[in-house]
Design a protein. Structure first.
Length: 307
């Protein structure tokens, strides 16, 4: 009996060895429908918020300024005189073409406009090619707030800004630069945010109370620069071209005007000495050449709506 059991054990061990050897040598078969193994769980990547707490908040009604806002400098050969083209001559043998009807300015009976005697302080002794002429537009709200409705008080207020500016500029440059008033004109424009106002001034979207577009008035007076005086908000803005905005205070005019001369915020005197405006003495001839001089010394164009 023992030998039978021994024989059976030998046969069983041999068979198991053959079976496991075959399983080891046979190629693995993967079915097409074999389920894919699930990837290990991965935590979602944490991304920091890119928005900064101190990011500027822009007014939704404002827009970015484009290059089209800054293309009003005169080019060589431009006709700057205010002329009305003559009607076309009749053509022989044909009906003469009708001329375009003349455009007549409809002026409010309360609007007053004329040249008046006025001399800007700080201009005397400065060479003519270094005197920069400035047209000043002011809103009706500005007149009511700072002049009590009296436009002549606005002339005095703005004149003081010119005097202070010339004093500051000439302290560093001597008699090599000056700004001169050539026009003080009321506009019905309601000033808004600084950048909106600057865009509208650049694009000529403002008119005097007599209905004259600001760019046309600039051409008539030969103003190198144009400044708008308003009341909404505060401060001012300039793009370094002929147009700038002034809200309220005196020093703002000086600051924005020197920007129009090409001055930048980084140009400072050493040891906290304030703005270094020596650049104005170098850029004055170029700025005064932006428009030809048309208003004689001792006069300004004054346009306003009377009470």
């Amino acid at each position: 009996m023992a030998w039978i059991l021994a024989t059976f054990a030998v046969v069983f061990v041999a068979g198991a060895g053959v079976y496991f050897q075959a399983r080891r040598e046979a190629p693995a078969v993967v079915g097409e429908d074999a389920p894919e193994s699930k990837p290990a769980f991965v935590l979602r990547e944490i991304v920091e918020n890119e928005e900064k707490d101190d990011a500027p908040v822009y007014d939704p009604n404002s827009r970015r300024l484009s290059g089209d806002d800054f293309r009003f400098l005169p080019e060589p050969g431009d006709e700057l005189e205010d002329r009305t083209p003559p009607p076309p001559a009749p053509v022989a043998g044909k009906d003469a073409p009708s001329a375009e009807p003349a455009v007549v300015e409809k002026v409010d009976a309360k609007v007053r406009r004329s040249f008046i005697a006025h001399t800007t302080r700080g201009v005397s002794g400065v060479p003519a090619d270094r005197v920069v002429d400035v047209l000043c537009l002011f809103t009706t709200n500005y007149k009511n707030r700072y002049g009590g409705g009296d436009s002549r008080k606005i002339i005095k207020r703005i004149e003081e800004m010119f005097r202070e500016s010339n004093q500051i500029y000439q302290k560093q440059n001597g008699k090599t630069v000056a700004v001169r008033m050539v026009g003080v004109v009321e506009t019905d424009y309601l000033d808004s945010y600084l950048t909106v106002d600057l865009a509208n001034l650049n694009q000529g979207k403002m008119k005097s109370v007599a209905g004259t577009p600001s760019h046309e008035l600039r051409n008539r007076l030969g103003a190198d620069m144009v400044a708008l005086f308003g009341t909404k908000g505060g401060g001012g803005v300039s793009s370094g071209n002929p147009f700038f905005i002034v809200k309220r205070g005196h020093g703002i005019f000086t600051h924005e005007c020197q920007h129009a001369f090409g001055w930048g915020h980084g140009e400072q005197l050493p040891n906290g000495g304030g703005d270094d405006v020596t650049k104005l003495g170098r850029t004055a001839p170029g700025r005064s050449a932006w428009m030809p001089k048309k208003v004689e010394d001792g006069k300004i164009w004054f346009e306003y709506r009377s009470r």
